[in-house]
Structures are given as C-alpha cells and as structure tokens.
Design a protein around this ligand. Structure first.
Ligand code: SF4
Length: 81
C-alpha cells in the first residue's frame, strides 16, 4: 500500500510521520498532545516528538486509527533515540 501524500519536512526523525495530505483537523493533537504539533499557520499538523514510552505509542496508534485523511504513517523503522 502506498502512503497517502509525501512526508512533511517538519516531522521529527523516526518512524511516525504526517504527510502533506493532512487537512489540519487537529484530531491527532487531541489524542496525542505530547507527540503532535501544528504548523505556524495551523494548516497542518506533524509529528513533533516520536513516542518515548508504550503509552505515547498507544496514543499515536489511536490517532492513526482516527485520522480522517489517513495521513499519519509508520514506516516500520526503529524509532531514533
Ligand atoms: S488527524 Fe490527520 S488530518 Fe487531522 S490534523 Fe492530524 S494528521 Fe492531519
């Protein structure tokens, strides 16, 4: 399955990222406030911080499930520490 959109430059290095298909709805931020951040004009969100524990990872997984644009991706690589 090919990802929806292109990885945004703003994403923190690591396996989770948001693509340019994001419409800025903010749902991800409401579920994982510690891991997502909005752009300076609030038109899109991005992964600000990769998950640092299983609880944050679960929050990101929830955001992936609920993202209406299906634009939060997991490239399957190790999270950078
Ligand atoms: S839930 Fe998806 S579409 Fe909405 S702001 Fe987050 S990444 Fe963007």
């Amino acid at each position: 399955m090919s990802p929806t959109g292109k990885r945004l430059e703003d994403n923190a290095a690591g396996k989770y990222y948001v693509t340019d298909a994001c419409d800025g709805c903010g749902i991800c931020f409401s579920y994982a406030i510690q891991n997502f951040m909005y752009s300076s004009d609030s038109s899109y969100y991005f992964v600000y911080q990769q998950p640092s524990d299983p609880s944050e990872e679960a929050d990101i997984r929830k955001a992936i499930e609920l993202c209406p644009m299906n634009c939060i991706r997991d490239d399957g690589e190790e999270v950078a520490h």
